[in-house]
Design a protein around this ligand. Sequence first.
Ligand code: GUN
Length: 284
Amino acid sequence: MILIDGKKIASELRDDLKKEVSELKKKFNKVPGLTVILIGDLTPSQIYVRNKEKSANEVGLKSEVIKYPDNVEEKIVLNKIKELNKDDTVSGILVQLPLPKHIDKQKVIETITPDKDVDGFHPMNVGNLSSGYDSSVPCTPLGCYLLIKKIEPNLSGKKAVVVGRSNLNGKPMAQLLLKENCTVTITHSKTSDLKGECLKGDIIVAAVGIPELVKGDWVKKNAIVIDVGINKTEKGIVGDVDFDEVSKVAKALTPVPGGVGPMTIACLLKNTIECFKRNEVSVD
Ligand code: GUN
């Protein structure tokens, strides 16, 4: 069984990005900039944002974090986003989710200009991805996709089963696999025969948020299994895949932690650089 080392693959990707940033710096005399907005003091969000900032600095991006208290008015956040939209030192804007209840998530997402939408959450980017056009792609599914391609460069005709239908993961994951000519099934917690559906998959991406849901006898021999889950349990952090069981059946499997997680952040940096390049070229 191949243990897919997301930490190592993400580190290699960051090395490539670092080289690219230094070339862009020579060419344009400026570096891509990432601005993250963090609202409130949720611990996981703070940790994610700190890691994003650290990684952005490591590859040579200009990185900024803007923090607001939990009770900040929605209008203040929207005005800040509008200001960042016009700031040409800012290539990418990310508002860390989840947001406090009084702030309308959809409004926030739609206020970020699609050109700087490094999360790929704006409806324009969602639409472009599903139409097969150039777009920002949400970081976690993009990271999963790169891991799958490392194991199997030619995905054409493969059966892919995505477990989970969120806008963050399941839906964009399915679009990326479809673009690669996979036959894609999107399943979720209400799917009637989830085990039977999973058993058909040459590739399974589990992104449903249920600890160790995907068991060994749900997985076809030699399938590639990608585990997006991060679930806190009594025995610590576990994924959506039963690692011990599935590792005996799968061809390749991502661990949790150390699988998809590091790729998500590396892909955020990649998306920031892509936004910079698109914006600089459109200025020329
Ligand atoms: N919170 C958890 N994951 C994400 C993500 O990918 N993007 C944003 N903006 N917030 C998140």
